[in-house]
Design a protein around this ligand. Structure first.
Ligand code: ADP
Ligand code: MG
Ligand code: ZN
Length: 649
């Protein structure tokens, strides 16, 4: 399967008429306005701080005390500044007044008892006298700064109020852009000024990125496309399994193009009251258009856009929401400059009306990462974490086949949490391994005490898996065996595929069935038919599941070779009516499944009986060491043989 492919069913008629230069002018005038606004805001803040700042506190002294000191030839007063009835007293050796007092407003200081020693003196004598006694200065009462402060006390708060009001208006305006206003659609804006996600943050999926580069380019240079009469896609559908990075990818497109990104999730529509969904769609498109070029992103669109004809019927509310989306997309002008992106993990469930030309006519598949992509994703998620030199991301990438980007991000995060819990300075490889196993199976239950018998059963059970897997020629190599309980399991045997393979042969699948049986069979051989434990239940489920898939989906039965039995589509609202084939066919399928699992059990038994020594060796080593790694396993399993009865070819 190709990593990604784009289906261009029919290019839409969408041309973009907006000029780059107008955009730029709009941007510059925005910047200037922002700047001026910021200046005003700063000025207001300074004014506020100044008007509220405590003026240097002066000591208040009684007027009689001031007069007595001023009349004393050895007094400490240098200057008295009189302003109305207020006195400010500067002491000798100081530059600023430190004391204050009040005089009776009706009379002068002299009338209130101040002696005028220097009266009538002239020349040097006057100078001498003036140095000894305080200088009296009268300030005009309506002095500039005094009245300035009087006015400021009224004006500054008013300005602040106005400023605040102005600011709120601005905020509301930008809120309109960002969140479509109070109480309206919950769409979030990841505009150019929010934390930007770019293609660099999306590892792997090169083909999908390649496809989306075109969209980015269009959003960046609409006029170039318009000049050449190119038809621009209107809707892009991102399809892929959960956690493959669809949402991330959509944000990256907005980030690369540096345009506003309006996103809403289909499941949010589903929660809404009747009629609200449709009006939010209207709103969303209106906002996006007024901010064009821009991106509308409808995440999990399958929640509103599942097949309308599916039995049970889509809810009427969903139908209205979906219709409104279609109406809006059809109503796009050629120059609207808005690209609608949507994500789903169920393309097959989508209403076909959505996929018509002029709507979501462009499909980008976002796939589960291959090994090299997994490595790249892990690198992205360890980029800003302190890591020890032994951290082996390659090894983790190798053993995480089938994991999504979200799974890998989760492992990276768990590793960091684990390292912190263990007080490591850096994330070590053992933190990473622990995180992987914790995510894959569940946390180790070190505290659970198994009694000796349980441990022995577990050791033989896991050794059984390992021996069968090792001996059968088409099985993946055994990577690690442990009898440390983890999650719901008593022990684990890991097999490691040497590389990612998209296709598996019947031989390989039959070996998988046999090695899954290996645990239960080992218990049976060692402890007897009636002493087998419940420890094999998940193995048996796995066998049943895989055998069924082989028969029903892959045409791998012996009598039914190359025949498949597709079941009925089970969708959100489809009520299963049971098997779409006859009773006889059902019986045949069951028989084929039984044949496969019986064969698996027989092969496992043959292998184990032929290699009892190796089984004992492995179980003993497990009881002693609890965990065995690949190298130790290789040594312990040397000399095992494949009995004829277990060979397929
Ligand atoms: P989806 O929308 O397909 O379910 P998301 O975009 O929500 O997946 O992905 C969830 C998280 O998984 C992302 O936030 C990111 O941390 C991580 N992730 C998924 N795919 C990738 C990728 N290709 N590169 C880096 N991180 C990824
Ligand atoms: Mg998502
Ligand atoms: Zn098992």
């Amino acid at each position: 399967m190709p990593n990604s492919n784009v289906t261009k069913k029919s290019p839409s008629q969408n041309n973009h008429g907006k000029q780059d230069s107008t955009d730029q002018q709009k941007n510059t005038s925005n910047v200037v306005r922002r700047f001026i606004f910021t200046l005003i805001l700063i000025a207001l803040c300074v004014g506020l701080a100044y008007s509220l700042s405590p003026k240097t506190k002066l000591d208040e002294v009684p007027i009689s005390n001031v007069i007595a000191r001023a009349n004393d030839p050895n007094g400490d007063i240098k200057k008295i500044t009189v302003s109305g009835s207020e006195l400010k007293i500067t002491l000798k050796g100081k530059d600023q007044p430190t004391q204050t007092s009040r005089k009776d407003p009706s009379g002068t200081l002299y009338e209130q008892g101040l002696k005028n020693f220097c009266e009538g003196l002239e020349g040097d004598k006057l100078k001498e006298c003036q140095e000894k006694y305080p200088a009296i200065e009268y300030e005009s009462q309506s002095d500039f700064w005094g009245s300035f402060f009087d006015i400021a006390i009224i004006v500054v708060p008013t300005l602040i109020l106005f400023g605040f009001f102005f600011y709120m208006m601005r905020q509301a305006q930008s809120m309109n852009r960002e969140s479509l206003g109070f109480g309206k659609a919950k769409a979030k804006l990841y505009g150019p000024d929010k934390k930007k996600v770019t293609f660099k943050d999306v590892a792997g999926n090169e083909a999908a990125k390649q496809d989306l580069t075109e969209i980015v380019d269009f959003l960046k240079n609409p006029s170039r496309y318009e000049k050449l009469g190119a038809k621009i896609p209107r809707g892009v559908l991102l399809a892929g399994a959960p956690g493959t990075g669809k949402t991330l990818m959509a944000r990256a497109v907005a980030g690369e193009a540096n345009v506003p990104f309006f996103s809403i999730s289909g499941s949010e529509f589903a929660e809404m009251f009747v009629g609200v969904g449709a009006s939010r769609v209207r709103d969303l498109f209106k906002k996006a258009k007024s901010n064009a070029p821009s991106i509308i992103f409808i995440d999990e669109i399958d929640a509103v856009a599942h097949k309308r004809d599916a039995r049970g019927g889509a809810g009427r509310e969903d139908e209205q929401t979906l219709n409104q989306i279609l109406v809006e997309m059809d109503g796009f002008d050629n120059d609207s400059g808005v690209i609608v992106m949507a994500a789903t993990n169920r393309v097959d469930m989508l209403d076909k009306a959505l996929l018509r030309p002029g709507r979501f006519d462009r499909h980008v598949n976002v796939t589960l990462p291959e090994r090299k992509d997994r490595l790249a994703i892990l690198k992205v998620h360890f980029k800003n974490k302190p890591v020890a030199s032994d951290l082996d991301l390659e090894a983790l990438a190798a053993k995480t086949a089938g994991s999504s980007g979200a799974d890998l991000a989760n492992i990276a995060n768990e590793a960091a949490i684990g390292a912190a819990r263990e007080n490591h300075e850096k994330i070590t490889n053992s933190d990473l391994t622990e995180a992987f196993e914790r995510v894959a199976i569940g946390p180790e239950r070190k505290s659970k005490v198994m009694n000796d018998y349980e441990r022995k059963v577990t050791a033989y059970h896991e050794a059984g898996h390992a021996v069968v897997g090792h001996v059968l020629p088409d099985s993946d190599p055994v990577h690690k065996v442990t009898i440390i309980p983890r999650g719901q399991t008593g022990g684990v045997t890991w097999f490691l595929p040497p590389e990612d393979r998209s296709y598996k042969s019947i031989y390989e699948l039959k070996d998988v069935l046999a090695r899954a049986m290996g645990g239960r069979i080992a218990e049976k051989i060692i402890f007897g038919e009636d002493n087998v434990t419940t420890g094999a239940s998940s193995d048996l489920k796995h066998v049943a599941q895989l055998a069924k898939e082989m028969i029903v989906e892959e045409g791998m039965g012996s009598e039914t070779r190359n025949l498949v039995f597709p079941g009925e589509e089970v969708g959100y609202y489809t009520i299963s009516t049971g098997k779409p084939y006859s009773e006889k066919t059902a019986e045949l399928i069951d028989k084929e499944i039984k044949t496969l699992s019986d064969e698996a059990a027989k092969r496992a038994e043959a292998v184990l009986k032929a290699n009892l020594e190796a089984l004992d060796r492995l179980a003993a080593a497990l009881l002693e060491q609890e965990t065995l790694e690949e190298k130790e396993l290789d040594t312990l399993l040397k000399g095992t043989t494949l009995p004829k009865s277990a060979a397929l070819h």
